[in-house]
Every structure is written in C-alpha cells, then in structure tokens.
Design a protein around this ligand. Structure first.
Ligand code: GDP
Length: 442
C-alpha cells in the first residue's frame, strides 16, 4: 500500500537530502511537491493544505541540529506530521467493560462490513474473548446466512436467525442472549445501503439506542478514495462513531482515504483490512504506516538520536554552570528553546518555580507563541544585558520591548521569571542539592 505516494515523497527527499544548506525557497519548493504528491494520492484538499502548512512552518522556523543535514531534518518533520495526521497512537478498542461489550459495525453495502465482523470476531476470540455475532441486515437477501457461514468458518457463535424480525428486535434478542450465555463481546453487523440515506441513519440510531454499543466502528472501503472520506463525514455527523476500519488496504496504492480519515472525522483508524481471508485484519499502527510511506526509518532515527545527544550535551553544560550558581539570560534562553523542542518543560524547568509559570502561560495561550515572544525579548537584549540582567533599567526595558514587539510589562514578567529561577538555583546550591540535580540532568 501507499506505493505511489511513497515513491513521490522519496523523490522529493532525495533532492533535499544531499544539500548542505537549505534556503526557505528550497523548503517551499519541496513542500509544493509534497502537496502535489498528497493530492495525487487522493488526500482530501483541506487535509493536504493543512499538512503542508504545518510542515513548512516547522521546517523554516527550525534550528538545525548539529550533526544532521537540513534535508534529514525536514524528513523527520514530515514524518512527525504524518504520524500526527494518522493519529499519534494505536487506538485500542474500549471493551474492558461489564460484559457483554457491544461492538457495532456500520457502513455502506459492499464496504466489507460482514467480512470484517467475522475477522474482528476471530481476532478477539484468539485473544481469549467469548464472542457472539449477530447480523441485523434484513435488507440484503441472505446477509444473515452469510454471517452464519462465516461464523462456522471462524468457529464463532452466531445468533440463530428468526425470519421476519426487524433490526431493533434482533438487537434486543442478541443482547439478551449474550447476557444470559455469558459472552464477553457481542458483534452487531448492521445493514448497509448503496448510498448514505436517512432511513439507514435512523435505523442505526434506533439500534444504538437499544444496544448502547461501546464501539461504533465505521467500515469503509479505502479504494473509494475521496468517496470514502465523504461517506465517513456523513456518518460521523449522524452517529457517534468511535473509530474507523479501512478495508481493502491491501489493494490501496494511493492511501488518500487512510491519510485523510482522522483529520476529517476526528476518529482514529483502529483496524485495516488487508485481504479477503479471515485472518487479514491488522490493528492500525500510525507510526508504522508513516514509516512505510516515507521508507526512511534510518533518517528518522538518526535525527532522533542527534536530538537526544544534543539535549544531553546541553544538560551537562547547564549542570556545570549550575555548579557555579550561574543562571543568566542565555541559560534561560536555552531552557526556553528546549521547552519548544520538547513541547513541554525542559530538563531543568520542571524544578523551577518560574518555569512552571511559563509553562502554565504557554498552555493557556496555546502553542509556541509565548515562548517565541520570550525568545524575542532575550534576543533584543545586548550581550551584556543577557549576562547581567541587573543592568536592565527602565530605559533599557523600553528599548527591549520595542525591539521585540512586546510591552514593558512583558519584559518585567520575563525578568521576574528569571530572578525567581536564579534564586531557586542559588538556594539549591546552598542546600547542596546539586549532586542530586546533576544526577537527574545527566
Ligand atoms: P458488506 O456488504 O459491507 O457486508 O461487504 P462484504 O463483507 O460482503 O464484503 C464485500 C467483498 O469485499 C467480499 O468479497 C470480501 O471478501 C471483500 N473484502 C472485504 N474486506 C476486504 C479486504 O480488506 N481486502 C480485500 N481484498 N477484500 C475485502
């Protein structure tokens, strides 16, 4: 899967990788190509646009780690954005409830719902769950029989068929049977339609009201590309989906549906259908999929290692300065940069009262804005002021505020934060707690 997208992106990165330095124009050109690659892979337009915007901003604003090339760093940024787009973690089923847990599968006709019901039942059974399946599909002739056949093949119990019963009645009967007979999981395969229509949605809502499912999983055919995304959007507006299962990923060279799904529905892809056989269902691992798309695992881990090494180096330097009780504006700046890189408190910052406040401010305003502003203020100071913040009098404050596009009040806040941290540092030194602190940093 994803072969063509993978190839296209590979080409873009090959051109970037060899370069010693990247200009903003290089990055923008590369990102234009990434955007075309995504659109050709059938990724929904707003999703592609958003993706490229995020990556461009990061790639341009990013300081390059010492031991990697800018091109390598861009690969890592794209990788992280892909993982973000696909969902940060493998999404688990929430079925650890008082049994029976109810899993309802919904979707259009032909999307692979019935097959997937059997596949998932088989998977859960192999994990030691006692599973029962029931088909609520009274529209398609022989749909209930199809599930019964699959039940025999997978050795999973199916609810006996009672001719003439309507979906809500069947759901009620299935729930009672699962309760009485001590099943862990009840799988409900619902009716599909050729198109999304209101009668279908109403039926699903009625069934969901009775069955109170722990999971409502939308089954979509990844081969339908943009259509899959449209279907998912309509369903997610009407029923409280908890996740998506993409079928026919085995034949999907483009991958647009997979890439857009999470951004469009806000729901994670939980499983991927990888073939017609009943064992061809896999949990969806965003990291692995992103890795497969880029095919550059070596570069990603190289950049990760470089980043870790630099953090360690920085921490050691900082520890040495602390040992002397030093903490000037340059140190503060280093800590702020670390917070930005790690998206949270730096190695040291967690222990500093002033820094905790900065983190709270960052959380409140959101994103890097606060950190960028603080960094701008420090940049507007002269080297002397940075080394000796005591020099900063009212006049200098005005100049710093002007230079950084902030206010004197902001400068005061920054100075106060620095002072608090410096005091904490001195206190630590006096208490002889430095060894412990250094241990934590090293
Ligand atoms: P339903 O109408 O949504 O219940 O769809 P079915 O479960 O009857 O599936 C329709 C067809 O798609 C069947 O021939 C399945 O074997 C096939 N199918 C389902 N999932 C996959 C998959 O992940 N990969 C492939 N290649 N075929 C699949």
């Amino acid at each position: 899967m994803f072969e063509s997208l993978s190839e296209r992106l590979g080409g873009v990165f090959e051109r970037l990788r060899g370069r010693g330095a990247l200009t903003e124009a290089d990055v923008r050109t590369a990102m234009r190509e990434v955007r075309i690659a995504l659109l050709e892979a059938d990724v929904a337009l707003p999703v592609a646009r958003d993706f490229v915007e995020k990556v461009t901003e990061k790639a341009i604003g990013h300081e390059v780690l010492r031991s990697v090339t800018p091109g390598q760093q861009v690969v890592k940024i794209v990788h992280d954005a892909l993982v973000d787009m696909l969902g940060p973690d493998t999404a688990e089923l929430s079925i650890d409830v008082t049994p029976p847990a109810v899993i309802m599968l919904v979707g259009l006709q032909g999307s692979g719902k019935t097959t997937t019901t059997a596949k998932l039942s088989r998977l859960l059974k192999s994990q030691g769950k006692k599973v029962m399946m029931a088909s609520l599909d009274v529209n398609r002739p022989a749909a209930q029989e199809q599930l019964a056949v699959l039940g025999t093949q997978t050795e999973v119990q199916t609810l006996p068929i009672v001719a003439g019963q309507q979906p809500v009645e069947i759901a009620r009967r299935a729930l009672n049977a699962a309760r009485l007979q001590g099943y862990d999981v009840l799988m409900l395969d619902t009716a599909g339609r050729l198109h999304v229509d209101q009668a279908l949605m109403d039926e699903m809502k009625a069934v969901a009201d009775i069955a109170r499912p722990n999971e409502i999983l939308l089954v979509v055919d990844s081969l339908t590309g943009q259509d899959a995304v449209n279907v998912a959007t309509s369903f997610s507006e009407q029923v409280p989906l908890t996740g998506v299962i993409l079928t026919r990923m085995d034949g999907d060279a483009r991958g647009g549906a997979a890439l857009s799904m999470r951004a469009v529905t806000g729901k994670p892809i939980k499983f991927a259908g990888m073939g017609e056989k009943l064992d061809a269902l896999e949990p969806f691992h965003p990291k692995r999929v992103a890795g497969r798309i880029l095919g550059m695992g070596d570069v990603v881990s190289l950049v990760e290692k470089a980043a870790a090494a630099i953090q360690e180096e920085d921490a050691e330097k900082m520890a040495a300065r602390l040992a002397k009780g030093q903490f000037d504006m340059n140190d503060l700046r280093g800590q702020l940069a670390q917070m930005r890189r790690m998206g949270g408190l730096g190695a040291l910052a967690g222990m500093m009262p002033g820094m905790k406040k900065a983190q709270a401010a960052v959380d409140q305003v959101g994103g890097d804005k606060v950190l960028i502003r603080m960094d701008a203020m420090i940049t507007s100071m002269t080297p002397k002021e940075r080394a000796k913040p005591d020099l900063i009098n009212a006049k200098r404050k005005i100049r710093i505020a002007k230079g950084s596009g902030t206010t004197v009040q902001d400068v005061n806040k920054l100075l106060k934060m620095h002072l608090e941290m410096q005091t904490a540092m001195k206190r630590l030194k006096k208490m002889g707690g430095l060894k412990g602190l250094m241990g934590m940093l090293g």
